[in-house]
Design a protein around this ligand. Structure first.
Ligand code: PMV
Length: 360
């Protein structure tokens, strides 16, 4: 049995949402109210790596996350596994024939696992997991891609990643990626597409400032559910504001227009957090340090008399600071000056400034 196992290892990048996804129209299938746009980081930076082994000798599916065994019963993981196996079961005939070769020829180049085989999955992140650094996006994207290779699922795969975590579908591609909300009830057209390839804008830089690595109080799923139920601003955003933001952001990236791109990113992030405040009861993802970072970025832009830096925040206090190569070291120096790294519980934090201190 050991000789007939199939093993695959793949990686997937973290993506940073520039025009954000907030609100589901279908909780089960994870279908969004609005389309969204993100940039994927290079894979030599933040990424997930997943190894999956399938074998007829395994009696159950198993999962290890950063070396620790986790339950596979989690509903989204189950939904993802189920979707891969469902598609694998519909593979074309020539693949099924190759499947028989799996058992016969250990050295076959194109070995695929039959969908009935159980899998042992090991996933690792090269960055802190659960620190609000979008680990679920790269993690689920990587899992979807690895399992698809293992079971020989071809074609559009972002819809599989989406079942793990909505934003994960965008980590299936590098470069600039749009997740189209889609119209169909079964989610077949709610997929990610690469709008601009990896090498699109080499001067772009992103700093990730870990303000807090504590688990967030309100998960993004819970937050979205609450906003959908109570925020009228969200309805307006999803139908009226986002289509325009998306159009402008895509045009700005294509034109390498950093000021426009950065301003749109900041506006979209602030709009998301305004919606969180418009939600009842309100949700507070940003903290004083987050707001100090925002003020520093605006002060920097004011001093430059032009937008040379931006920020964006997801469902947590950590900042993604956007800039270009030209301003990177100067901005990093300022960030290090105002938010010197602190060591506490052997983790690094950014120290918040007192609210009364203005950045220069
Ligand atoms: O995919 P989820 O459920 O982790 O939600 C992600 C939501 C945001 O990060 C706030 C926005 C986004 O588009 O990634």
């Amino acid at each position: 049995a050991e000789t007939s196992s199939v093993r695959i290892t793949c990686t997937a990048p973290v993506n940073i949402a520039i025009i954000k996804y907030w609100g589901k129209r279908d909780e089960e299938l994870i279908l969004p109210l609005n389309s969204s746009l993100s940039i994927s980081l290079h894979q030599d930076q933040l990424k997930s790596t997943t190894t999956a082994v399938a074998s007829p000798a395994f009696s159950e599916d198993k999962l290890w996350l950063n070396g620790q065994e986790k339950s596979v019963q989690e509903s989204r993981l189950q939904a993802l596994l189920h979707e891969v196996r469902r598609r694998a079961a519909k593979r074309p005939l020539e693949d099924v024939q190759r499947e028989e070769e799996v058992v016969e020829s250990v050295n076959s180049e194109h070995r695929l696992a039959p969908p009935s085989w159980h899998v042992h999955i090991s996933s690792k992140n090269n960055f802190p997991t659960g620190a609000g650094l979008a680990s679920s996006a790269s993690g689920y994207a990587c899992l979807a891609f690895t399992l698809a290779q293992l079971f020989g699922v071809r074609g559009e795969l972002s819809g599989i990643a989406r079942r793990g975590s909505g934003s994960a579908c965008r980590s299936m591609y590098g470069g600039v990626v749009r997740w189209t909300h889609g119209e169909q009830a079964d989610g077949a057209d709610s997929i990610a597409v690469q709008v601009i390839p990896e090498s699109y804008w080499p001067e772009l830089r992103v700093f990730i400032l870990v303000v807090s690595d504590l688990q967030k109080a309100v998960s993004s799923s819970e937050g979205m559910r609450r906003s959908v139920a109570t925020s009228r601003l969200l309805q307006h955003r999803a139908t009226v504001l986002v289509p325009e933001l998306l159009r402008k952001a895509e045009a700005a990236v294509k034109a390498h227009d950093f000021p426009a791109f950065s301003q749109l990113a900041m506006c979209d992030s602030n709009q998301l957090h305004a919606i969180c405040l418009d939600t009842h009861p309100p949700i507070f993802y940003l903290n004083d340090t987050s707001r100090q970072i925002m003020r520093l970025v605006h002060a920097y832009n004011q001093a430059c008399a032009e937008i040379r830096a931006g920020y964006t925040f997801d469902a947590g206090p950590n900042a993604f600071v956007l800039t270009t190569a030209r301003d990177a070291s100067k901005l990093l120096g300022l960030i290090a000056h105002f938010f010197p790294p602190q060591t506490s519980n052997s983790k690094r934090y950014i120290r918040g400034l007192p609210l009364t201190t203005d950045p220069p």
